[in-house]
Design a protein around this ligand. Structure first.
Ligand code: KG4
Ligand code: ZN
Length: 372
């Protein structure tokens, strides 16, 4: 089923085509440079840029993939969570296409798409324990199948990516700063006593990163010689001084260790057959390593998407959209955008849906696999 995926939830405008679980092509326009001068995303600018980029990206994708609009069999679009204005631009475009081409429409939960995109590269063994770490979310899910997600824990304040970006902002690094902290952190050994592992002295699976962020901010106030004078100072070849590298390594260590502790706790409560690490922060070197250690200790396979599929993309929307479409799950043209903070309803039009009769996918002995 040739599925077009449309992603406009934040600051990437992306379109992709997936067919039978394989990526045919993708086009992404990033707004990162535009927003970085403001030190964060400006919602109005994001919506306007999506509107500008969508049609040229769509036209170019079809030419690149040698696909005619009428070849598209399903239109999948991110319906949330995200910035409301940005989501509405994507939804408007998707609904217009669905109406013009007379093709079905399906709204995709952006978070579930992040977690499942690794299925483009590998067959996922279900049930899986999913750790989603992005700019807006830090969630642990027990995923019984692509249609059954149980939220086990979530951040109570800042998301992991937000903490990275805010620490980078204190240092006067450009937005989004997670990659800078990651790079600098690799140049020193962490001091495990410099910053605390936040919100672990409890028995729950939730996170709280705002205290850690404040702790780093206070440390930097006392050591302001570490703060960059201008945002352009830390170019791609910049080597940080060892003291700054140690601060970055110690902060990154505190986040990685906290994620590992909570994931380990979740593994004691549910019995998954695999672990999935996903979202933009899954690109982080120290976090990948910590979760790899955890999965080895538990003797469970770990799936981490390629870095290009960790950050926002449309391949994940097209991929999960096709799974939903194959299972007979679609939406009407009245589908709503759901902004961050509101629960995304499972409100598909359930045409012939049953877990055991999903074609061409099937659930066999707990493994969700492609039927050949
Ligand atoms: O998933 P994503 O692209 O967007 C959201 O849906 O939020 O995640 C973006 C987040 C940003 O906070 C960014 O700083 C962070 O992912 N990020 C990283 C790294 N690469 C991206 N954080 C730490 N280390 C990285 N290597
Ligand atoms: Zn995302």
């Amino acid at each position: 089923m040739l599925c077009l995926g449309i992603e406009t939830s934040c600051d990437e405008t992306a379109l992709a085509l997936v067919n039978e679980g394989k990526l045919i092509g993708e086009n992404i326009a990033s707004q990162v440079k535009l927003h970085s001068i403001f030190g964060g995303i400006v919602p109005e600018i994001a919506s306007r840029e999506h509107l500008r980029a969508l049609v040229p990206l769509f036209d170019d994708l079809l030419v690149k993939c040698d696909v005619k609009p009428e070849d598209i069999e399903l239109i999948a679009v991110t319906r949330g969570p995200g910035l409301l204005g940005s989501l509405l631009v994507g939804l408007g475009f998707a609904k217009g296409l669905a109406l013009a081409l007379k093709k079905p429409l399906v709204g995709v939960n952006h978070l579930y798409a992040h977690l499942l995109v690794v299925g483009l590269e590998q067959i996922i063994e279900f049930p899986a324990l999913g750790l989603l770490v992005s700019g807006g979310h830090t969630h642990i899910y027990f995923i019984r199948s692509p249609f059954e997600f149980e939220l086990l824990g979530r951040t109570l304040d800042d998301a992991a990516g937000e903490a990275f970006d805010k620490v980078a902002k204190f240092l006067n690094l450009p937005y989004p700063g997670g990659v800078y902290i990651d790079r600098f952190a690799q140049m020193a050994d962490p001091d495990p006593d410099l910053f605390p592992r936040p919100y672990i002295d409890n028995d729950n699976l939730d996170f709280s990163f705002s205290g850690l962020k404040t702790c780093v901010a206070n440390f930097l106030k006392r050591n302001d010689h570490l703060i960059f004078k201008s945002m352009d100072e830390a170019g791609p070849d910049y080597t940080p001084d060892p003291e700054l590298a140690k601060v970055c390594a110690s902060f990154n260590f505190a986040v990685a260790r906290t994620l590992k502790i909570k994931l380990g706790r979740a593994l004691k409560r549910v019995r998954p057959r695999s672990i999935i690490l996903a979202g933009g922060v899954a690109a982080n070197t120290m976090i990948r390593r910590a979760i790899e250690e955890q999965s080895r200790a538990e003797n469970l396979p770990l799936y981490v998407p390629d870095k290009e599929f960790c950050t926002d993309n449309a391949a994940m929307i097209a991929y999960y959209g096709e799974i939903l479409g194959q299972a007979g799950l679609t939406h009407g043209l009245d589908m709503e955008a759901i902004p961050r903070g509101r629960k995304i309803p499972w409100d598909y039009c359930q045409r012939q849906f049953s877990l055991s009769s999903c074609t061409p996918y099937c659930l066999q002995k707990g493994t969700f696999c492609r039927r050949i």
